[in-house]
Design a protein around this ligand. Sequence first.
Ligand SMILES: [Zn+2]
Length: 256
Amino acid sequence: MSLSNRYYERPSRFSEAEWNARIDLAAMYRIFAYMKWDEAIYNHISLRVPGEENHFLINPFGLHYSEVTASNLVKVDIDGTIVDHSDWPINPAGFTFHSQIHDKVENGHCVMHVHTTSTLAVCCLEEGLSYSNFYSAQLYNKVAYHEFEGITVHPDEGERILASAGDKPVLMLRNHGPVIIGANLAQAFALMWLVNRACEVQCASMAMGKVREIPEAIVKKCTADSLNFNPKYGAGADVFAAMKRLVEKQDPSYKR
Ligand SMILES: [Zn+2]
């Protein structure tokens, strides 16, 4: 075994399943940084530990996404209490609604939240997401909204966020930013990518003038045809794998 491989060897305190999940989640933080979806040290991607119903992995509070690695991800329980040891705390503001979703949404194993300018800008619009472009046309009946109540540090808002989300995988927190709920990292990433692209195009097109709407029947058809939701075409797994190769080439230290 080469020195560099030994450097990335699984520490014995982690099961193989947990270590693989840690590597994938750390890669996802690096991918978010690459996509410029990071928010200094803020925002979160949380993931259920495989085989551990009430344990979740989340970013260490204080580190940039480019500094997140498999071993410095923090394991917490449903209340956000750190399990075992961590050199870093977590940001309680973020885990408030992540924990509610993980706890109550069936298959809600992965939760992503960003403040990218275009998604947040669309969250500030009275009409919200407009089904007027190639990307948003793939999101028909997948988007819910939640009224702004301030910074999400109060546990009681978690239940209302959950009620607002209903069975939708995309929740636009009004005046704040989107939350994506996925069964796994790849699926959540594919949705986050779609939402970001939809909002970027919406911001650009609305800035130019009157936007041409797409008939509802076509929007429904686009969503049904979307490769992002079709397991036959990867449903996000193929794009996640490609992005993982990209960050691997840039800096493989996420596996540390
Ligand atoms: Zn936020």
